[in-house]
Design a protein around this ligand. Structure first.
Ligand code: WQD
Length: 338
């Protein structure tokens, strides 16, 4: 029987790319989203890619009544929970909103899942739970250090809740994303940085498109080969495919309850300046940038040891950094010409 998956935050950056890969893998999907941080045109982009309609409902995961009604009308086999706020610096300005939304929506979802006897959940976590790891590449045994922001703290709190609720019969996989970048190769969907982007690659593509005057590289005095921070940039479609693999992993497990967490990264560290120069090389675009002061809260160096996820899921990343940057640029050009 075709498995039916509920995707919360399905109009979001990673949520939308995951809808595409779930459909490609033969799953039936229902997507919910508040559209507070995205637009319905992203769902329309998904529909153009898969050439069929998406069952979409504009629902807030904090609304237990509305959420429960979706469960009552469907027989879901699993849930993938993306719905959350994700801006590091906004979380510093509005911590209460972040705790309420990110932790509150997970709690509501778990209660509604329990009420409807749905036990399998894939959770959208982040490498930010590690803080600045002592050991690089970082593996899943690394301790959670003090989170650098309320956003990071909400991911730590959510993972701790998830580890403890398995006693109530949940089976949970938490995926700790490193730095998702790029867009679907079709350029039908991509990252919609509503307002000013926080992340590096939208800043890069908006500067190349002339939307921003210049890129500021936040510091080149770190203890790294070129002085700029090092990250693990992973193509968003690789991240999406890993969610399909996580579902298969969970469906094949026989335990009545479990919690497991996996680092979702390429395992390759790339510096900010390396990425900037690679972008210029693959697109041929000018990219005016200056070196500015360090950004508070930035960790110097973090990239994944992806051995566990590679072995457990029988999966590894397939897109290169060049392809990620090219796809990001194609998406930027697409939304600017709209
Ligand atoms: C990457 C590097 C910046 C912008 C955060 C969250 C993480 C995830 C991804 C949600 C850093 C530098 C950036 C700019 C720059 N979020 N930079 N100039 O901080 O690694 O991770 O976003 O899932 O959980 O922690 O990502 O893209 O903001 O920064 O020099 O204009 O690029 O200093 O070194 P980050 P980022």
């Amino acid at each position: 029987m075709q498995q039916h998956i509920l995707v919360t935050g399905g109009a979001g950056y990673i949520g939308a790319h995951t809808l595409v890969e779930l459909i490609n893998a033969g799953y039936r999907v229902t997507a919910i989203d508040t559209l507070e941080r995205s637009e319905f045109r992203i769902i329309e982009g998904v529909e153009r890619i898969i050439s069929k309609k998406i069952d979409f409902h504009q629902i807030d995961c904090l609304d237990a009544v509305a959420l429960n009604s979706v469960f009552e009308r469907n027989t879901f086999s699993s849930v993938i929970h993306f719905a959350a706020y994700k801006s590091v610096n906004e979380s510093v300005e509005k911590p209460l909103r972040y705790y309420k939304n990110n932790v509150g929506s997970l709690m509501t979802l778990l209660e509604v899942m329990k009420r409807n006897k749905i036990r399998d959940l894939i959770f959208s976590s982040s490498c930010t739970v590690y803080g600045q790891p002592d050991q690089i590449p970082v593996d899943e045994s690394a301790p959670f250090k003090k989170a650098e922001s309320p956003y990071g703290q909400t991911k730590q709190i959510c993972e701790q809740i998830l580890e403890n609720v398995i006693s109530e019969g949940f089976r949970i996989v938490s995926l700790r994303y490193f730095n998702p970048i790029g867009a679907h190769p079709s350029a039908e969907i991509g990252e919609l940085p509503i307002g000013s982007p926080n992340n590096l690659v939208p800043y890069v593509t908006q500067t190349a498109a002339g939307v921003r005057e210049k890129l500021v590289v936040f510091g080149n005095d770190y203890d790294t080969p070129d002085g700029s921070c090092i990250r693990d940039f992973i193509h968003v479609s690789d991240v999406a495919i890993a969610h399909v693999k996580a579902l298969e992993f969970l469906i094949n497990r026989t335990e009545a309850s479990l919690f497991d967490a996996f680092n979702l990264g390429t395992g390759v560290g790339v510096s900010v300046l390396e990425l900037v120069n690679k972008f210029i090389q693959v697109t041929g675009m000018k990219l005016p940038y200056i070196i500015g002061p360090r950004r508070p809260g930035d960790v110097e160096k973090v990239f994944a040891n992806p051995q566990r996820i590679n072995q457990a899921f029988g999966w590894r990343t397939k897109y290169t950094l060049e392809e990620s940057l090219l796809h990001a640029w194609n998406w930027e050009k697409k939304i600017r010409n709209r």
